[in-house]
Design a protein around this ligand. Structure first.
Ligand code: GDP
Ligand code: IMO
Ligand code: MG
Length: 429
């Protein structure tokens, strides 16, 4: 049976959480494979809203939920999120939730460094979520990280902690900060260790068993392809690979396991944080998109920048990430516009480009070329079938799929779980 990999095809916040939640009831396991609690995935079920940052969105339907090795895990954020969801009536235990024992940890010193660097960068700052994501991935790749499995061996952590602190103390010194308080760090780890360890296991083995039983696995990406550390708008990106291929490496399954790649695509474009954004609108249309779409960050509460749909970017993302089909979300936000615009190419120094160039300065200079379409009079909000959509909205969807060279598999018409139109089932494709 097919597995499905969900990834964001823009700059994040495309509505991945809603779609994963919708698909989760038909999956046997949901796996996060990269990122950390920089993600903010919102699920609306009836009159209850769930906001997840670290926990896979499958946890709300009670589906086996797994944090893969590619995730950077903040133990204290994990505990707080589990407590918050438990208070909302979600059951989370060692039966339905597992954490890879080889996950790298985010420690308070990572959050410190994230903040120190951003403060020092002034106008050049990335606009990170301040969660310590970048510094934690640096330590992982630098072979200095403390990992989940180390929590079971804290008495032997001395030499590892020496290496880690030597690195951070030098950086902190440069920022005029005190060295890391090793004793209090070790005490904090001692206090939280058993809590994390109750869920820790070699999840690659668990997933192997799930796969052997012919069960369906749903991989849940965080962020979006344009925030990918290789393929995104570097350096204004996150510190992980957000493309579909990471689902395999970040969970411990082979590349053939990723199955149908479902790219989540917002019907317009948003971005939170700094960096180039060719179709950004700083006029009343951008403001209207932001208000109608409630475009405020789930994690930091920051206002998201808004603009028209950019078909060049999404075509590039779909190609880079091998997207099989897309879920087009937030179509309802475009209801009531007299005209809607789609970016179909860029102008740069008298040339026409059909892709986003790699250099940040060029990315900031490209001028969007727009195609204009008539908007639709009726409403798409809450539509649950193709027949409920105004003819002009269908034309918009068809034009989008033509320009991005990728078919539409799902359409989402409100935050609510059931306000979703299934065009092509990713699990049986
Ligand atoms: P994610 O990070 O990709 O999971 O997306 P977020 O949850 O950060 O942001 C998407 C926001 O849009 C959330 O508040 C969702 O509840 C909401 N949303 C998702 N799909 C739709 C939709 O089709 N229409 C509207 N109006 N809102 C949606
Ligand atoms: P979800 O999963 C939108 C952005 C930050 C910043 C950059 C680097 O909800 O789509 P980081 O803290 O990762 O070092 O910040 O990436 N960013 C996101 N933007 N959605 C997200 O996640 C994001 N996660 C990180 O705003 O520009
Ligand atoms: Mg989000």
């Amino acid at each position: 049976m097919a597995n499905v990999t969900v990834i964001g095809a823009q700059w994040g916040d495309e509505g991945k959480g809603k779609i994963v939640d919708w698909l989760a009831s038909r999956a046997d396991a949901v796996v996060r494979f990269q990122g950390g609690h920089n993600a903010g995935h919102t699920l609306v079920v009836g009159d209850v809203t769930y906001k997840l940052s670290l926990l896979p969105s499958g946890i709300v339907t009670g589906t086996l939920s797994i944090i893969g090795n590619g995730v950077v895990l903040d133990p204290w954020a994990l505990k707080a999120e589990i407590e918050k969801l438990t208070a909302q009536g979600v059951e989370i235990d060692a039966e339905n939730f597992a954490i890879a024992d080889n996950c790298a940890l985010i420690l308070p010193l990572h959050r410190d460094l994230d903040g120190l660097r951003e403060n020092a960068a002034g106008t050049g700052k990335i606009g990170t979520t301040g969660r310590g994501i970048g510094p934690a991935y640096e330590d992982k790749v630098g072979r200095r990280a403390i990992r989940v499995c180390d929590l079971a061996h804290l008495d032997a952590l001395g030499p590892q902690l020496d290496r880690l602190c030597a690195h951070h103390d030098a950086l902190r010194h440069g920022f005029g900060q005190d060295p890391v308080d090793r004793e209090s760090l070790l005490n904090e780890l001692r206090e939280i260790a058993d809590y994390v360890l109750q869920f820790a296991q070699p999840v690659w083995k668990r997933l192997k068993k799930v796969r052997k039983a012919g069960a369906r696995i749903l991989f849940e990406g965080a962020q979006g392809v344009l925030l990918d550390v290789d393929h995104g708008t570097y350096p204004f990106v996150t510190s992980s690979n957000t493309v579909s291929g990471t689902a395999a490496a970040g969970s411990g399954l082979g590349p053939a396991s990723t199955g149908f790649v479902l790219g989540i695509v917002k019907a317009y474009t948003t971005r939170v944080g700094s960096g180039p954004f060719p179709t950004e609108l700083s006029d009343e249309i951008g403001q209207r998109l932001g208000e109608r779409g409630h475009e405020f960050g789930t994690v930091t509460g920051r206002q998201r920048r808004c603009g028209w749909f950019d078909a060049v970017l999404v075509r590039q993302s779909c190609s880079i990430s091998g997207v099989t089909g897309i879920a087009l979300t937030k179509l309802d936000v475009l209801d009531g516009f007299d005209v809607v615009r789609i970016c179909t190419g860029y102008r740069l120094d008298g040339r026409i480009l059909d892709y986003l160039p790699a250099h940040a300065a060029d990315q900031a200079r490209v001028e969007p070329i727009y195609e204009e379409m008539e908007g639709w009079k009726g409403t798409t909000a809450g539509a649950r079938s193709w027949a409920d959509l105004p003819a002009q909205a269908i034309k918009y969807i068809q034009r989008v799929q033509e320009l991005i060279e990728t078919p539409v598999a799902l359409v989402s018409t409100s935050p609510e779980r059931e306000d979703t139109i299934l065009v092509r089932d990713p699990f049986v494709d």
